[in-house]
Design a protein around this ligand. Structure first.
Ligand code: ADP
Ligand code: MG
Length: 249
């Protein structure tokens, strides 16, 4: 099934009254791929991600998810396929308890209450957060909130996961837990981040976005190790890929 394929063709977008943010972006993501979108602050990464789930609709060009062209009429179906973990996880959590929050999506989609609880339990266990089930989400730490937000998205059984800066604001342990968790997922994943060390751990393929255009699209190690490309895109070669100052290798 071409269900988990995602394609952008010549996508242009400008916020009302502003200069263009996306200036002709094209790429295709195939079933099961993990792809990172990297770029400097303001490069248009979040804006791009919001087109993949129909939060924003293309000004010009086309976004397709599976066989569906993303548009007002296909939004409900698109959002069943594409699950988004937004950068500010707390915006996604609003119920009195963690368990209610994770069960909310399936319940809202019409699933039986008992089945929702079973599914919510399975998803909370998957992210290592079942012990938090009775806690109010707004009392959790940043890393805990992020994991619960991921569980809430998993509860909707999406084929494709979009994650916007999943490690930002987390302490080293919370960050490592999120990376290990995401590594275990078999979903197609699109991760927006400037945590390039995480990108190396998680995504074999990288798309570099620079001023609203794709500056490069290819293997993570090659692109992130390319000093001229990184510099020109407002990024820095991750420490792991820098030559040893002593021997140059
Ligand atoms: N809601 C908005 N209205 C107007 N301009 C916006 C809005 N959101 C983002 N922008 C602008 O669009 C550009 C790209 O932003 P964004 O997609 O958030 O970049 P990134 O995620 O790469 O940091 C920036 O110049 C930003 O100021
Ligand atoms: Mg952003």
């Amino acid at each position: 099934m071409s269900h988990h394929r995602l394609a952008l063709q010549n996508l242009h977008f400008a916020y009302p009254g502003e200069e263009a943010v996306l200036k002709g972006v094209s790429f295709e993501i195939r079933h099961g791929e993990s792809v990172a979108i990297v770029g400097a602050n303001g490069a248009g990464k979040t804006t791009l991600l919001m087109h993949l789930n129909g939060v924003l609709l293309a000004g010009q060009g086309e976004v397709t998810v599976g066989d569906l062209k993303v548009g007002a009429r296909t939004l409900a179906q698109v959002r069943k396929t594409v699950g988004t973990v937004f950068q500010d996880s707390e915006d996604q959590l609003f119920m009195p308890t963690v368990l209610d929050d994770v069960a909310f999506g399936p319940l809202n989609a019409g699933m039986e209450e008992a089945d929702c609880k079973i599914r919510a339990q399975a998803c909370l266990e998957q992210v290592g957060a079942w012990h938090l089930r009775d806690r109010p989400p707004h009392h959790l730490s940043g890393g805990e909130k992020r994991r619960v937000a991921i569980a809430a998205v998993l509860a909707m059984s999406p084929g494709i996961l979009l994650l916007d800066e999943p490690t930002t604001g987390l302490d080293p342990k919370g960050r490592r837990q999120i990376i290990d968790l995401l590594k275990g997922f078999e979903h197609s994943k699109i991760v927006v981040s400037h945590d390039l060390e995480m990108v190396l751990d998680l995504c074999p393929r990288v798309i570099v976005l620079c001023e609203g255009r794709v500056a490069a699209d290819g293997p993570a190690e090659r692109l992130l190790g390319d000093a001229a490309l990184m510099d020109g895109s407002g990024l820095e070669v991750p420490a792991r890929l820098k030559p040893c100052p002593a021997c140059g290798k």
